[in-house]
Every structure is written in C-alpha cells, then in structure tokens.
Design a protein. Sequence first.
Length: 333
Amino acid sequence: MTTSAPLAVLPGLSEELSARLFEGLGEVDRRLREVVDHDDPFIAGASHHLVDAGGKRFRPLLTLLTAELGSGRNAQVVDAAAGVELTHLASLYHDDVMDEASVRRGVRSANAAYDNSTAILVGDLLFGKASELVAGLGSDAVLIQAQTFVRLCAGQIQDERQAPRGADPMQHYLQVLADKTGVLIATAARYGAMFGGCPDSTVEVLREYGELVGMVFQLSDDILDITSEQDESGKMPGTDLREGVVTLPVLYARASDDPADARLQELLSADLTDDTLHAEALDLLRSHAAVRQAREHTIGLAQRAADLIATLGDGPAQDALRQLPLAVARRTA
C-alpha cells in the first residue's frame, strides 16, 4: 500500500502534519497486517486479500487526524484506527458476496478469488479481529463498536429494500447513507478524539462531523457514477443506474413535475441492463437539473461539517478537517 495516497484528500496540509499522518498510517498498516495474520496459510491469505489490495485508508487517516486535536498519536489511537479499518474491510467481504462483485480495489474480489462461503467467513473473522482490538481500548470503545456494527447492518438491510409505504423516499435514502456509510466514519473521528485525550464535547462534535463527512463521500461517489468517465478501478459510469440502485440524482429526477421529464422518469423505472436504454437514461440524467440539485445538497452537508470544526478553534488539524468535506463534495474524479 502507498500510505501517502490517502493524504491526497486533505488539501493544504502543513509539511509537519503531513509527515506525522504519513508515519501514523504506516504504523496502522503494520498493525493491520499483524492482527490479520494466522497460523493457517489459507486463512492468512484470505484475510490478507483486501488488506494487501490497499485502498484509501480514509477511516484510519481520520482517526489519526482527529487525535491531533488532543495529544496526538499513541498506541491506543493506532489500535482504534486499525479496528475501524478492519471493520470496514470485513464489511467489504460481505458486500462483495451480496453484490456478486468480481473486482474490488483493482484486484479480484474475495468471493471471486475464493468462494462466497469463504468470503463471508473471513468477513466474520475480521469483525472478530476488530472486536479483539477494540476490547483492549476499554468498555466505552466496545459499546461504540457494537452500536456502530448494529447501524451498519441495519443500513445494509434497509438499502436492500425500497422505502416503506408512506415514507419519504429521500429521507429513507439519506438515513440509509448515515447508517451504512456515515456511522463508521463517525466512529473513526470519534475514536481519534477519545484516545487523543480530547474533552467529551470535542468528541461529540467530531462524531457528528464524521457522520456528515461519510454521507458527503457517498453522495459524491453517487454523483460521480453519473458524471465521470471510466475510473481507475475499471468501474464504468452509470453502474448504479444499470443495477437499479436508487441514488440522490435519481430521486430528484423522479420527483420532478416537469412534463419534459416524462421520458427520463419512464427510463428510470425500466430495466436498464439494456445497453441502448442505459445509454439514453445516462445521457438524459447527466444533463438534468437533478445532478445540480444533488451536488448542491452534498455541498450543503459538507458546509455543515466544516462549520462544526469552526467551533473547535484554530490550528493545522482544524484547517484540514474544515477543508476536507468541501474538497470531497466538489471533486470531479
């Protein structure tokens, strides 16, 4: 893994802070590899599969960064960061089985490299390893880990269902994002502040901040799925449309009462595995105001996150935390 890669999401880092974060990510990566190792070579190989593939390592980066608001990195902060990343990795093993994915982080997904049963069991094993790490951090951390896991699972379950009858589809979708994506990033930010020695009030601000940042990341990804060309992992634009995944731009387009949108709305209710229909739907959606509306909503959440950090004083870490959500919301690739 190139541990400098995650730092690209943090604009304007000071040289000193960048060096500390880079060093910290190296420590987290070594801890991850140590924790997932196993006496059985097969289990070790399957457990290391996604660890070795690298990835953004955004969650541990956020833990390291929020610790900077207190006394900085220590062994507990590193273990907390590794525990959050292990929880994320475990969820990816399960997600790939559910999605019947073939590629993850530029390599074969675990379910494709091994099989579904192995991928599920290794995901469970990694959840266990994450719990082992967190258990060493005290009962409060264990409770947070358990509550985070419950919300992750609830979000995944709700993501597989349409909004219940009578529910607001937009609110249902945003709650799914908060549970499925936001909560673990909130825990990452919270742990850094907790084990960096910050006061409880700061920990709570960073928990709320992290949840908003998680939602911004997912919303930004959903928009990029529509607006971008093929990305570096090989994912084609419009993948969510093809798979029938409802995202914020789709919800805005469906809610339009403009008669000119009738064809787009018809396509958004159709089977878009057909290449011709998919191309037409993607072209219409790209030029629709729904994309602008979704981007404005995303930037609004990012600004809320930045405003929270403004209550925590000034410093290099605060500057990075303020700029992060806005940079994510405005990214174009």
